[in-house]
Design a protein around this ligand. Structure first.
Ligand SMILES: O=C(O)CCC(=O)C(=O)O
Ligand SMILES: [Fe+2]
Length: 360
């Protein structure tokens, strides 16, 4: 079905949640200034290199040029203005592993308890003419132009980051990763809206206050827009550290496939979401993300990087794996289950590439 032109519904103002007054144990995230990209990308690549080595693949990005108020206005509208029936028109089908569409909350029990998982998710495929059936929801029809704009703007940001990652690896071709992630190609990239529905303290305590199980991200890069309701934690060594919101900025992290391309040098770090502090726990925690994922034309092998060779991290890949295959197998393995069990240090492997995950 062809896209129906946007009707430009009036979006209600977004009132950002007030920051917590609790003192929490935060990771010392390093932030890079993307406005340097145009005139000094080699310096910026050095900045990024320092940033990712400090916090296992998590870093902040400022001056990306993207307008975040509109992103959250759209998310707020999705969760507040549309009925369950309207949102459910394109349901996520975990059997396919593409993860496009809507997932309502509370479909699965957690950790062998009587407590259900609490996230509501809508994953929006790229606006490249290949995914019209996954855009067939009133919310998308009503906001088609804005959502398409946001999706393209997110892509422009990750495109710059992909160039910086190629520079860090000293690859001959700065566009090595860009050529393996093209907006016009088929891939399971998603612009995601996510809302966590608070549970009672009693229920939360039965599941160790976990709102999102510990995991690594499945694709290449993740952008996480200004999340003021804290709860995201990353695992650094054996310590969990909170991620501080980057004011007017983006938290970004490396996922599994960039980890593979870099022979593990860029880390796909385990993270989770826990119950927010008491002064924020009942605020709507609406998340907005862009998940960059390699497509079915992207072969994943350890890149021929002089840096990786010097570090002893380069190895020849006998059988490269296909980007979309990896991501879909990972989604199926992770989500296509009747319940979410408690597991630690689980290995997931496709071909020669293995990741250690853990649900804690
Ligand atoms: O909600 C968050 O802050 C993070 C969620 C997350 O890690 C994910 O959806 O992959
Ligand atoms: Fe994640």
């Amino acid at each position: 079905m062809p896209p129906i032109a946007t009707t430009n519904t009036e979006l209600k103002p977004w009132v950002a949640p007030v920051e917590t007054s609790y003192q929490l144990d935060y990771a010392d995230l390093v932030t890079i200034d993307l406005s340097k990209f145009g005139h000094n990308r080699h310096q910026l690549a050095d900045d990024l290199h320092n940033a990712i080595k400090k916090n296992g693949g998590f870093f902040g990005v400022i001056n990306s040029g993207i307008e975040q108020t509109e992103i959250f206005q759209l998310g707020q509208s999705f969760f507040n203005d549309y009925s369950l029936e309207s949102k459910s028109k394109v349901p996520v089908n975990f059997e396919t592993g593409n993860y496009f569409g809507y997932k309502s909350k509370g479909n699965k029990y957690l950790f062998g308890t009587d407590v259900k998982e609490n996230s509501e998710i809508f994953n929006i495929a790229k606006f490249n003419g290949l995914n019209d059936e996954f855009h067939d929801l009133d919310f998308v029809h009503n906001n088609y132009d804005q959502l398409s704009k946001v999706s393209h703007e997110c892509f422009d940001i990750v495109r710059k980051l992909l160039i910086l990652f190629a520079i860090i690896l000293e690859l001959d071709d700065e566009l090595y990763f860009v050529n393996r992630h093209k907006y016009e190609d088929p891939s399971d990239d998603q612009l995601r809206y996510m809302k966590y529905h608070p549970r009672t303290p009693e229920d939360d305590s039965k599941v160790d206050n976990i709102w999102a199980r510990a995991h690594t991200d499945f694709g290449t890069l993740t952008l996480l827009f200004n999340q003021l309701v804290v709860g995201l934690q990353i695992k650094l060594g054996d310590q969990w550290k909170y991620v501080r919101p980057v004011k007017d900025g983006i938290v970004c992290n490396v996922g599994d496939t960039l980890n593979f391309w870099s022979g593990g040098y860029f880390e796909s770090t385990i993270h989770r979401v826990v119950r927010p502090p008491p002064d924020q726990v009942n605020k709507p925690r609406i998340g907005a993300f862009y998940f960059l994922r390699p497509g079915d034309k992207a072969l994943i092998e350890v890149a021929h990087s002089p840096l990786l060779k010097r570090l002893g991290l380069y190895r020849e890949t006998k059988e490269p794996i296909i980007g979309t295959d990896y991501v879909r197998k990972r989604v199926v393995d992770y989500h296509n289950r009747p319940t979410y069990e408690k597991q630690s240090n689980v290995k997931f492997k496709v071909g020669e590439f293995e990741i250690t995950d853990g649900f804690d």
